[in-house]
Design a binder for this molecule. Structure first.
Ligand code: CP
Length: 306
């Protein structure tokens, strides 16, 4: 039984079996990335197009490395030097890319729902690499992979997700994934940054970081998305950092050996103290390493359908 869907658009739409299948398929690819010759022929003859309409360091590079390590041909499409600047729409652009026989299109876009719209319009597989405030499914998959790898499983763990819930597609994807996989999930945020429906997602909502930490096995910090703040949701960055920043003192309130995670990019000294980001308990760079393996596993499973 393989992955019986053309597109990966959200974690909300994946079943527990599908999530487990992706995590299991990714494990052998981690070993491939540790080899001297980091290449397998799994996607030889296939074409992957990275279509990123928003800036990215980790996700774009990770998809490119993953596709190349699977021996696919990879095109990094840059909207700023394309006919999009002449007014061509996303759908027309994607249909032209599809006409060049792209097997997988990886899309990052500022509009929630852009990946779903694209997936309906083209025959190529579409992977959502982050759409607006909606979802970032491969980030959640690599986070689940990292938690499972470090803690031996996910079910029953206490996981706290902290920060800018209003603007975070990473939070939405991780909440769906962690709840489906049986974790006890707490979220912590200023009251102005919690969307009203969050208490219906199977999580406990806290506004005090210190009260949420006892008993937690994993802390996932979110980036304060200053570029998406159209209005002031808290008095000042200093105030936000004081109440919601992860310090070495706060780490002590969680369980011993708590995992410290962050999707990146970090605002050092805002949501996470530099000494915590670089501490023994931090698995932030392991997340990045695992991202390549998970994207290899995912593209391998999708390519079986093409
Ligand atoms: N985690 C993440 O999506 O990082 P980038 O924006 O650098 O891709």
């Amino acid at each position: 039984m393989g992955l019986k869907r053309k597109d990966i658009l959200s974690i909300a739409s994946l079943s527990v079996d599908e999530i487990n299948m992706i995590l299991e398929a990714s494990e052998p690819f981690k070993e491939v990335s540790g080899r001297e010759i980091k290449k397998v022929p799994a996607l030889r003859g296939k074409t992957v197009v990275n279509l990123f309409f928003e800036p990215s360091t980790r996700t774009r590079t990770s998809f490119e490395l993953a596709a190349k390590r699977l021996s696919a041909d990879v095109i990094n499409f840059s909207p700023s030097s394309s006919s999009i600047v002449k007014g061509e729409t996303l759908l027309d652009t994607a249909k032209n890319i599809e006409s060049m026989q792209a097997d997988i299109i990886v899309l990052r876009h500022s509009s929630s729902g852009a990946a779903e719209t694209l997936g309906r319009a083209v025959r190529s597989s579409v992977i959502n690499a982050g759409d607006g405030w909606h979802e970032h499914p491969t980030q959640a998959l690599l986070d689940l992979f990292t938690i499972k790898e470090k803690k031996g499983g996910i079910s029953g763990l206490g996981v706290v997700i902290v920060g800018d819930l209003a603007h975070s597609r990473v939070a939405r994807s991780n909440i769906h994934g962690l709840v489906k996989m049986g974790a006890r999930v707490r979220v912590v945020s200023p009251p102005t940054m919690v969307p009203p429906f969050f208490d219906q997602l199977g999580v406990e909502v806290y506004h005090s970081f210190d009260e949420a930490l006892p008993g937690m096995d994993v802390i996932i910090m979110l980036r304060l998305q200053l570029e998406r703040q159209g209005w002031a949701l808290f008095p000042s960055i200093r105030e936000y950092s004081r109440l919601y920043g992860l310090t070495a003192e706060r780490v002590q309130l969680a369980k011993p050996n708590v995992l410290i995670m962050h999707p990146g990019p970090l605002n050092r000294g805002v949501e996470i103290a530099p000494e915590v980001a670089d501490s023994h308990g931090s698995v932030i760079l392991d997340q990045v390493t695992n991202g390549v393996a998970v994207r290899m596993g995912l593209m391998y499973l999708l390519s079986e359908l093409n």
